[in-house]
Write a protein that binds this ligand. Sequence first.
Ligand code: AMP
Length: 217
Amino acid sequence: MIFVLLGAPGAGKGTQASLLAANNDILCKISTGDSLRKHVKNKTAIGKKIEEVMTSGKLVSDDILLEVLKCELAECSGKSVILDGYPRNIEQAQTLSNMLNSDSKQKLAKVLLLNVEKTDLINRISGRRVCSGCGATYHIDVSPSQKNGICDGCQGDLVQRSDDSKDKIAVRLDVYENETKPLVDYYKKLGVLEVIDGSQSSDKVYESLQKSLGLVA
Ligand code: AMP
């Protein structure tokens, strides 16, 4: 089964997808943002093509995303999949649907929308810091590391993502409004959309998601 986590940047999709996959062996997480950042970090052919557009806050081309998604899906073979960050526009939703129609083993089960107010999104993203070593995520006010700028886990340096700066946040929120938000209606019409209040505490959001995914009664 495929579950899609939908929501604006900063809505908590990545955090929740990681928690769900870490705590449930039957789930495999695909985060397209993480996969693309890995390509950039490792300076692969894809990484070199996408670095500029990723830093700008705009979307990477659908062709590249399809290539990345196919690789990631192959690695999740035999498990249910949580998609974090894909699809991001109607074309990608149609690509996903075509892909699933030609693969009888996987079916789109639900699309879970994490709903968060714009001002909260901006606060969450602008205070986010990421470990350059292990990728752990912190927030300077809500969940700071014990030592300023140093990861509690691996002692790596905490950095701000290049697309988390104030000007890039505005671009990313615009991209969400114009390109990704139409997916809310698209999936509503297909009868697979469920809305979750993403402004609750992370624990509460996690609980709601577990229920929606049928992992707890
Ligand atoms: P995220 O970590 O999900 O916020 O994604 C970071 C960046 O990766 C986005 O701003 C885009 O540049 C790129 N990206 C991630 N997923 C997609 C996608 N499905 N389609 C196009 N670009 C994507």
